[in-house]
Design a protein around this ligand. Structure first.
Ligand code: NAI
Ligand code: MG
Length: 419
């Protein structure tokens, strides 16, 4: 907090340059840890660079404001923003550096010191980034990394009375626990939890354009994405063709070692995650769903699950209601706009939603009907640093990115100065 804003901006920009210069190395570490395709890991690093640059610019734009006290000209009244203090950053394994960047860049821009707790499955890229952060000129002691498991290192951090703020991305269950743990000193908490994001394909959609986008919306990173479009609804006139197109898309995806340049789908993060996903597949079958492609673990070494599509599912089935965090999609018919709130807003989540239609009026009306922090029309998963990212309802508290993302690391101080 003692580093002037201008200097903080320079340091953040220096971090971005170092991340870019080491992007291939960092991407490789990420793949070794997580298994994601190398092209995806490298692409995510461009986003990390962008994030540090966006928030580098924000450092010198931390303006306060003055108030007009009306008749009482004997006052000068103003408000300033100050760093919230020590921020604990608890990061998941599905996009380690991307998620860390969304927290670390605004935290440093705000002038906070941080303690990072990477996921136990994927600590290596964070440790390497921390070295680069020091090299960029962040004063020693400002960025700290504590590796360890959630119940040990994570719990110690979220319970600690000298920690002023927690930013967490991960499961709903741990998110709830963090809210409870924060009660001790009422630390500030922002949460980026999961989703069960719906995608609606209207009869008039451009099917050829929609299929690969809807497919990537669920199968990218083997479905281990908080905003994965995991339940698709299509109008009756298009549903059969959509399913046929998605099945072909899924079968054409190259599943394999993330370090092979041609790989499109890597393994799941762990044996436990694969078991969890296969358990969901079994429950979907037991409850009467039909697997039209995939549904099994791929052979060989590694925790691979084939891209899987279910039809014949119902709203009450677990695979339609619960976040699977795997490459499992359900496709069901829906009638039209009036069904959107009932279907789209069912359940505890509200992170993302997708719409495919060529009718601008339908698109705008649909956008208004959906309780979701991010709505994508004729695209899916696009994001920009300058816009808030986060969820309605139990998908989280607060937002990352944009001015909102910076605000999450600031306290506001109003000052009344009698002349
Ligand atoms: P998790 O929520 O347990 O892990 C995320 C992070 O929280 C890790 O760094 C972990 O060490 C930490 N953590 C765990 N317990 C903690 C505690 N008591 N106190 C403080 N930190 C703690 O997620 P998990 O168990 O790896 O995955 C289970 C499910 O969670 C997934 O299948 C998925 O549905 C969801 N998930 C959602 C993510 C998202 O991006 N929103 C990311 C990871 C998981
Ligand atoms: Mg857990």
């Amino acid at each position: 907090r003692g580093t002037p804003a201008k200097r903080r901006g320079e340091i953040l920009w220096a971090i971005s340059d170092l991340v870019l210069a080491h992007a291939d190395e960092l991407a490789r570490i990420e793949v070794l840890d997580n298994g994601m395709p190398i092209a995806m890991a490298r692409g995510l690093l461009d986003g990390v660079v962008e994030g540090f640059r966006y928030f580098a610019g924000a450092c010198t734009r931390l303006h306060g404001r003055t108030a007009d006290m009306g008749e009482d000209l004997e006052y000068h009244a103003f408000a300033v923003s100050e760093p919230v203090g020590v921020a604990g950053l608890v990061v998941p394994w599905n996009g380690p550096l991307a998620s860390l960047g969304n927290k670390l860049a605004p935290a440093l821009a705000a002038g906070c010191s941080v303690v990072v707790k990477p996921a136990e499955q994927t600590s290596l890229s964070t440790l390497r980034l921390a070295e680069l952060v020091l090299e960029a000129g962040v004063p020693p002691g400002v960025v700290n990394v504590v590796t360890g498991t959630g119940p040990a290192a994570g719990a110690a951090l979220v319970h600690h009375d000298d920690v002023d703020k927690i930013s967490f991305t991960g499961s709903l269950e741990v998110g709830r626990g963090i809210v409870a743990a924060s009660a001790g000193n009422l630390k500030r908490v922002t949460l980026e939890l999961g989703g069960k994001s719906p995608v609606f394909v209207f009869d008039d959609a451009d099917l050829d354009a929609a299929v690969p986008v809807v497919g990537a919306g669920i199968f990218a990173n083997s479905g281990q994405v908080c905003f994965a479009g995991s339940r698709v609804y299509a109008q009756p006139g298009i549903v059969d063709d959509l399913v046929a197109g998605l099945v072909e898309h899924a079968k054409g995806l190259r599943v394999g070692n993330g370090l092979d340049a041609g790989t499109q789908i890597g393994p799941l993060i762990s044996e436990r995650q694969r078991a969890r996903v296969l358990d969901y597949v079994a429950s979907g079958l037991a409850e009467g769903g039909e697997v039209v492609t995939g549904g099994v673990a791929s052979g060989g070494v590694g925790y691979f699950v084939e891209p899987t599509i279910f039809t014949g599912t119902r709203a009450d089935m677990r695979i339609v209601r619960e976040e699977i965090f795997g490459p499992v999609l359900t496709v069901m018919p829906f009638g039209g706009l009036d069904e959107l709130p009932g279907i789209g807003n069912a359940g505890p989540y509200g992170l993302g939603a997708g719409l495919f239609t060529r009718d601008l009026g339908v698109a705008h009306r649909a956008v208004r009907l959906l309780d979701a922090g991010n709505v994508w029309v004729n695209c899916y998963g696009r994001r920009d640093r300058s816009l808030p990212f986060g969820g309605f309802k139990q998908s989280g508290w607060g937002r990352e990115n944009g001015p909102e993302g910076l605000d999450a690391y600031l306290e506001k101080k109003s000052v009344y100065l009698h002349l």
